[in-house]
Write a protein of this length. Sequence first.
Length: 221
Amino acid sequence: MLIGLIADIHSNLPALRAVLDHMKVDKILCAGDIVGYYPYPNEVIEIVRKHKIVSIRGNHDVAVITGDTNWFNPLAASAIGWTRDNLSPKNMEFLKTLPEQLIFEDIAIFHGSPSDPDEYVYPMTSPTRLSGFLDQAGKKILVLGHTHVQWGLELDDRKIINPGAVGQPRDGNPKAAYAIFDTESGKLTMHRIEYDIEEVASKTISVGLPPYLAQRLFTGL
């Protein structure tokens, strides 16, 4: 089975469409943050539902549900407020159904880490801590999101994967990110795909979201 792995869509409809058009897989799993930052929360949720993408909730999803933005910078908090004002009741209810973690066969998915949904985990995190996360997850494949940085690391016969951000990459590459895992061969491939950044940037500004959120898409930072 080919499993598509995505994270951090952040209401970026053009990016999500480009990824789905390019990705040829049997099932798609998402490590959270479907909404936040960008101006298409309803459209993105509807696509997630249509394509039967199985997702957990990320910290932005939680903030949109609760309205609690105490731990967010002003730009992110502003976008969360805008999303709450514009999200349909049906799609708000959908966010509330998302679990905090997901187990699918031998794959465990968390947003931040198995210890903390808001923890940022990078490949330079100590091998001991990374191994501990795998022990906590109890599966051979651990998928994380949250950092918006695409990476993968193998520890013995186990893997930690961050597929990168669909909607707001922060690794210096503005292309939308995703990964594919082949459950039969164990092969992991990382992918980047171009999308119409100008479209989402223009819409971001026109609806009154912070201009910096639009600008950063062009640099991937």
